[in-house]
Ligand binder design. Structure first.
Ligand code: FUB
Length: 456
């Protein structure tokens, strides 16, 4: 509860000074190392997860989470889709670092580093899992296992896929078509070491005072308009984001400069992921904004940007506003998961076997904001799936947290915290496109659990 209080306090301070923001895009958990994947009209965002309680003043990371969005402003929480426990052979309890998921032939491959244990892969039939371990052992086996972190994967147009990774060097393998093995005929047992020259990766004075390439970790590898991009955390630590390009997936690379410079609210690490989605380009990264400056409690943010006409990436500013325009409106006349959130305060999510992920830890005045909700010609009724041992209510407001009150859904005890019931209320008619605020009221803590809602 103490952690929840400090999270709320920092969000409150942050909002009081900055007005309502969109970044960081996830407020219910600390999420780092964002890896977006576009699949079937939806962005799936895979993240690592900094625990609320940091152990031994170091990264405390046990699982990988997934969120999705079709509009780039509201994000649906799919929970922890994989964890260190997904690997039966592993006896480590910490070290779930930066993941990336990629789809091939209808299967989803989640590449994950486990700090000190190299890189492994999990496979699923759906982007949100369940993910299982196809190998029963790690995928990448080298003599520099502590440096084997931060995998990034791209399937080229000719079908050849590449897995790059590494800190402070950059290695790659050419994955076989099964995506869970690789061509052993190149490099050292299949592992190729990229030439780390100044021309390829810029230069920077290391902690030993000697100049070296600025590349540090967190590569993000992709192709756009026949140019290959390697975007990465540089000059660590603290890190900025830089990038290099090549006309070949195997280099040589040419250093191109900064993408995101250091800024006071960024963490000592940074880690990026870039996508094009519905005609726009988006840059994901992490900051330490939500935790009020704790580098082991990071949060994912996103900025929209435009490539320069020659394909170079402009320097991108980390902002509080983030993505200002949704790429589509949200339809409130079909069931919306309660964990679909543009901004929230004070809340967590949990999951159970009956309903999957739901919103929890609901206290008086906590709220969820959902952006760009299209009521069309009118909505007159609000329905919600809730479970509660106690009672409370949901105020339905538009445009501001204390904006026009359309109605109040009274949530009386449903007979238990997992005893799910559908409740509904009539409301003042709403028309057109609005941001919706669901504001929770009640006298106790943990008022009820909230699974879904819908307007009629
Ligand atoms: O999140 C743990 C590590 O911090 C990642 O693997 C690095 O990229 C850095 O973000």
């Amino acid at each position: 509860m103490k952690t929840k209080f400090s999270l709320v306090l920092f969000i409150g301070m942050f909002l009081a000074t900055m007005g309502y923001a969109q970044n960081p895009i996830i407020q219910t958990y600390y999420t780092a190392d964002p890896a977006p994947m576009v699949y079937d009209g939806t962005v799936y965002l895979y993240t690592s997860h900094d625990e609320d309680s940091t152990v031994n003043n170091f990264f405390t990371m046990y699982d990988w989470r997934c969120y999705s969005s079709t509009d780039m402003v509201n994000w649906t929480d799919h929970g922890a889709v994989a964890s260190l426990k997904s690997f039966a052979w592993l006896d480590k309890t910490n070290g779930a670092w930066a993941p990336q998921c990629i789809e091939r032939n209808g299967k989803f491959y989640l590449y994950v580093p486990i700090h000190g244990e190299g890189i492994s892969v999990l496979v699923a039939d759906s982007p949100t899992g369940p993910f299982t371990d196809p190998l029963g052992k790690r995928l990448i086996e080298t003599d520099h296992i502590w440096q084997d972190i931060d995998p990034t994967v791209y399937v080229d147009d000719d079908g050849q896929s590449y897995l790059y990774w590494g800190n402070p060097k950059l290695w790659y393998v050419k994955l076989n078509e099964d995506m869970i093995s690789y061509d052993q005929s190149i490099g050292q047992n299949g592992v190729v070491s990229t030439e780390m020259t100044t021309e390829a990766f810029g230069s920077h004075k290391g902690r030993d005072g000697k100049p070296g390439p600025s590349y540090t970790e967190g590569p993000w590898f992709y192709k756009r308009n026949n140019l290959y991009y390697m975007v990465y955390a540089a000059a660590g630590i603290p890190e900025y984001i830089a990038y290099s390009t090549s006309t070949s997936p195997e280099g040589p690379w040419t250093y191109k400069g900064f993408v995101m410079e250091r800024a006071p609210h960024l963490a000592f690490t940074n880690h990026s992921g870039i996508i094009d989605f519905k005609g726009n380009s988006y840059f994901f990264y992490h900051s330490q904004e939500l935790s009020g400056g704790e580098g082991f409690k990071r949060s994912t943010s996103v900025e929209q940007f435009e490539y320069n006409p020659d394909g170079t990436i402009p320097v991108i500013e980390p902002t509080k506003e983030g993505v200002t325009t949704s790429v589509e409106n949200l339809n409130p006349f079909k069931r919306v998961e309660a964990e679909t959130i543009a901004w929230s305060e004070g809340l967590k999510t949990k999951s159970d076997e009956t309903v999957g992920v739901y919103v929890s830890s609901i206290d008086n005045n906590d709220f969820i904001k959902i952006r760009s909700v299209d009521f069309g010609k009118g909505a007159k009724k609000f329905e919600a799936g809730v479970a509660s041992a106690q009672s409370g209510s949901i105020e339905i407001r538009i445009d501001e947290k204390d904006g026009e009150l359309l109605g109040v859904l009274s949530v009386t005890g449903t007979g238990g915290e997992q005893n799910w019931k559908t409740l509904s209320t009539k409301m003042k008619e709403a028309k057109g496109v609005h941001d919706v605020y669901l504001v929770f009221k009640g006298e106790d803590k943990d008022l009820f659990n909230f699974d879904w809602w819908q307007f009629k």
